[in-house]
Structures are given as C-alpha cells and as structure tokens.
Design a protein around this ligand. Sequence first.
Ligand SMILES: Nc1nc2c(ncn2[C@@H]2O[C@H](COP(=O)(O)OP(=O)(O)OP(=O)(O)O)[C@@H](O)[C@H]2O)c(=O)[nH]1
Ligand SMILES: C=C(OP(=O)(O)O)C(=O)O
Length: 216
Amino acid sequence: MSTAHVVIAVKHLATAKTRLADSFSEADRARLVVAMLRDTIHAARAVDAVGSITVVTPDPTVAEVAVELGARVVDDPAADDDEDSADRLNSAFAAAVTSARSEGELDIIVLQADLPALRPGELAQAYESAGPASRSVVTDHHGTGTAALILKAGAGDFTPLFGPASASRHRQSGAHDLDGHWPGLRLDVDTIDDVRQALSLGVGTATTEVLRTLGW
Ligand SMILES: Nc1nc2c(ncn2[C@@H]2O[C@H](COP(=O)(O)OP(=O)(O)OP(=O)(O)O)[C@@H](O)[C@H]2O)c(=O)[nH]1
Ligand SMILES: C=C(OP(=O)(O)O)C(=O)O
C-alpha cells in the first residue's frame, strides 16, 4: 500500500473562525479550532495509508498540539505578510507540501483543519479512489470550497488555489472532482449552521467536549 502525507494549515488562533464571532467569544473560538484540529488529526491518523502529518501554522499553541499528536510542524512563512488571506493560506500550503516532498516523492493529501465529523473510512476511500499520478479535489458540502486535495506521486507541480470558490479553481487547474458519499469529509465547519450539521453527523471527542462546556 502506498503512503500518504497529510498537510493541514491553521492560522493564528486570535484571528480564527471570525464567521463564528456572533456565537462564540475569541477564547471559545480558539478552543473550538484546537478541538476540531485534534479530531481531524485523530481521524486522519487512523487511516492505514496515512504515514505522516504536517501542520503549517504561525501559532505556538497550535504547534504544541500538533506535536503532541505526533504531527510535524512547519512554521508559516507568510503569516504576518500583508498578503490577501487566501494568498497567505496558499503560501502556507505550498511551503508545507515542499517540506513534505523534500523527503521524497510522496502522495500528499492537503486537508482542511476543521473537519470534526471526519470518519477515517471516508478519507481512506477518497484517497483510494484518486487515480495514480493524478490531482483530485474533494468539494466541500456547499459545493464551492475544497475539503481536501489529493496529489498522487508523479502528479507534477502543485499550485494551491484555496480561497472562496476554490473547488472550481482546483478543477479548472486539472484536478478531478471525486464522487463519494463522505459527509464528514465534506463538512468543514465555518458557520454556526455548520456546527449544527457537524453535531448531527457526530463529531469527535475533543469537539464534543468543547461544545458541551459551551452549553451545546
Ligand atoms: N497556516 C495558515 N493557515 C491559514 C491561513 N489562513 C487560513 N488558514 C487556515 O485555512 C483554513 C481556512 O481558512 P479561512 O476560511 O480563511 O479562515 P477560518 O479561520 O477557517 O474562518 P474565517 O475567519 O471565518 O474566515 C483554516 O483552517 C485556517 O486556520 C494562513 O495564513 N496560514
Ligand atoms: C479556504 C477554503 O475554505 P473555507 O471554506 O474554510 O474558507 C477553501 O475551501 O478554499
């Protein structure tokens, strides 16, 4: 079985999940982001084909949690630059993928950090369904964003195109859209409605605990 390397990006906790600001304080949003990251990493680590995980972040708390969970940490090269936020995110992913590939030509799974309802079987199926030497995209539950990008070894150079409506940009750049019933994999949590949907699908233990302490 081939081995995949998962790459996850998380920004500064102080600026994270602004779309949840009406419902949660900054401190609670930070706790939720860390909890969702924990559940995402736990699910990804449980996939047989996943050999290693890198988290690219400028945030020391996120870096600590990533190391505790056995992930490698890449410092975010552009976090404080005056770039557009999507450009910063794309620079962060590009740096992490370059770092992972410096150890050899690997399959790479670029994965969102906020997938608390992810099931290992969903990620395993998505990875297996991506063809050899291909680039593939798992579109998010809205049909517009990118939940995951799968870059099989030999797929060539990678230009991440995350940001609003990234799924169509990834498709236009040659990525195949993967079909599959993967509700947890597709459910990146950005809004309060997403929180409700994730809860009804079933979230991991860390997110369950934080939401419970917040009265959910
Ligand atoms: N390392 C890194 N990660 C980023 C950066 N910008 C965004 N991310 C991460 O990429 C994912 C999608 O980011 P966004 O949708 O822009 O931000 P968000 O915090 O999820 O939500 P909003 O603030 O509501 O937009 C999240 O996991 C972010 O933490 C960045 O500049 N550097
Ligand atoms: C940045 C993206 O995700 P989000 O929905 O979290 O903004 C994206 O889908 O490219």
